[in-house]
Design a protein around this ligand. Structure first.
Ligand code: HXC
Length: 510
């Protein structure tokens, strides 16, 4: 018996060494942790249980029969994060660059299947060189199997991808089909084809960082939802994120006890809106003052900053926040902001997370750049996402709610459950100046006359009361009581039941 136990230990130690000490040192020297070190940080202490530690590849091309490492470049298993079950796979770059073989793919798909069957989230830690070149089509097939499972699990269990090193070729498309992608600054990059191929095909000289680093993907392409300084910070932030997410689409949002009273009033909100309607203010201040303990997990913080989205809690329950940001482009809706918010709204709706919408929007952004870029279709995505959502939806208009953008931003007309307005709200087809100049075109050349017309329009429409008279706004509320109103509203909506007509799936304008 002693011998077999010793043999097991010897085999385990060997497997834990992955590609060997020299490659582990090389990994550390790049500022990166190994796959197992990362899992240790991500999971609750001693909770990780590894599967398929001894799996090896079966390739015999290019002398590969002599190049086998137990585990075959990916560490898989399950554990808990703050007590809740999570499945995980972590690419081991020290083994053939974390490249994907047929056996490696089987390990991943086993974990994907278990996560889906047992309705628990799955997190993938990526640090890999794509398809195992020596395996050819078997590796390609392996990717296909992984992708298929990503799609089947989509909307059923949260799937999170964390890019912690190179992520190229086949490795990018699995993350792209998951719910969120996070990256590590300076040490991770993602692209379909690397700098060498780019040089050959397009003659562009570009570094890996310039082509697919965290900065590019968090601010330009919107592929990544956030980036952090190093492996440690990234993994700790993933633990924080998981506390906001339900385990699956039927589990309901997690409840994290809070000492923040639902009745807490914030008098400073009464003076948040400047007297001058064209002066910006920071909508994030409003969010932080309303939600539990000012704890807000922002998604895509550096992309389309005119729109803010992210997770927070009210009375301990997760909510999704969607808000216009008047500090950037006056909070206007453009294509990027619409796409960003639409995807977030759909995530919340999939996973039964109530949506709070804070509105201060002057309309859609005019111009050829936007129109040529498909503003109609991208704006429609957000309209569609809010309109199809059946989760509790509470909307607060703080200032401008103009035109189509007013309708889009979770208005009463697209099934907003509770629509509040602050007394500073202005709900109208457009701003007073534009409106007066159109309806009184004849007076447009006379500055005095047009100024009077603008004032006339303002007096009539630059307020929440016309909408409130129609019932489009349920109540005009005092800013300092916003948190209390929302907490009460969410409690009232806790058992909301609303179903859309049966369909195979919808046809959102993609
Ligand atoms: C087999 C690979 C590999 C791969 C890396 N290695 N990528 N082995 N298949 N795809 C091995 C290297 O041979 C090396 O082995 C070790 O991993 C570390 O690689 P290095 O090149 O020394 O590391 P580094 O300089 O950090 O560069 C990392 C890298 C580079 C940028 C990822 O290795 C690279 O460009 N790899 C190829 C990427 C690629 O083209 N993949 C195929 C994409 S096609 P030793 O033994 O020396 O440690 C694809 C199609 C799928 O994925 C499509 C599905 C739809």
């Amino acid at each position: 018996m002693k011998d077999v136990i010793e043999e097991l230990e010897r085999r385990r130690d060997n497997a834990r060494l992955g590609g060997g000490k020299a490659r582990i040192d090389a990994q550390h020297s790049k500022g990166k942790l190994t796959a197992r070190e990362r899992i240790e940080l991500l999971m609750d202490e001693n909770s990780f249980e590894e599967f398929d530690t001894f799996v090896e590849h079966r390739c015999s091309e290019f002398g590969m029969e002599k190049n086998k490492t137990p585990g075959d470049g990916v560490v898989t298993g399950w554990g808990t994060i703050n007590g809740r079950v999570v499945y995980v796979f972590a690419k081991d770059f020290t083994v053939l660059g974390g490249s994907l073989s047929e056996s490696h793919a089987r390990k991943m798909t086993k974990i994907q299947d278990m996560a889906l069957k047992n309705r628990a989230p799955i997190i993938g830690l990526f640090d890999a060189g794509g398809a195992r070149i020596q395996e050819g089509v078997d590796a390609l097939g392996g990717y296909g199997e992984v992708f298929q499972r990503n799609v089947l699990a989509s909307g059923v269990i949260p799937q999170i991808s964390v890019i912690m090193g190179p992520c190229a070729g086949g490795d990018v498309y699995s993350p792209a089909m998951t719910d969120f992608i996070f990256m590590v600054r300076d040490t991770s990059y993602m692209f379909v084809t690397g700098p060498d191929v780019v040089k050959t095909v397009t003659n562009e000289n570009v570094s890996a960082e310039e082509l697919g680093g965290a900065k590019v993907h968090t601010s330009k392409s919107s592929i990544a939802d956030g980036a952090y300084e190093n492996d440690l910070e990234t993994l700790l932030q993933m633990r924080r994120l998981m506390d906001f997410l339900p385990s699956n689409n039927k589990a309901g949002v997690p409840l994290l006890p809070t000492s923040d009273s639902p009745d807490r009033e914030d008098r400073s909100l009464d003076t948040l809106i400047p007297d001058n309607p064209n002066k910006p203010y920071d909508m994030k201040e409003m969010i932080l003052k309303v939600v539990d303990e000012g704890d807000f997990f922002e998604i895509q913080e550096n992309y389309a900053k005119n729109m803010i989205v992210g997770f927070a809690r009210m009375e301990g329950h997760t909510v999704g926040i969607v808000a216009n940001q008047p500090m950037v482009l006056a909070g206007v809706l453009d294509s990027d902001a619409s796409r960003k918010a639409a995807r977030f709204v759909r995530f919340c709706d999939c996973f039964e997370i109530p949506i709070l919408t804070f509105v201060d929007v002057p309309g859609f952004l005019p111009g050829t750049a936007q129109e040529y870029g498909g503003l109609i279709k991208h704006g429609a995505k957000l309209l569609y996402a809010f309109a199809e959502a059946t989760v509790p939806k509470i909307t607060v208009i703080t200032r401008k709610g103009y035109g189509g953008a007013y309708v889009v931003m979770s208005s009463k007309h697209i099934r907003g459950d509770i629509n509040y307005a602050w007394p500073t709200a202005e709900i109208a087809v457009m701003g007073a100046k534009g409106a007066a100049e159109i309806i009184h075109r004849a007076d447009a050349s006379d500055p005095e006359k047009i100024a009077a017309r603008i004032e006339e329009y303002k007096a009539r429409f630059a307020n929440p009361f016309v909408a409130a008279e129609r019932g489009y706004i349920d109540e005009v509320i005092l800013p300092h009581g916003t948190r209390r109103r929302i907490c009460r509203g969410l409690n009232m909506l806790r058992n909301k039941t609303l179903e859309n007509p049966w369909k195979k799936h919808d046809n959102i304008p993609l």
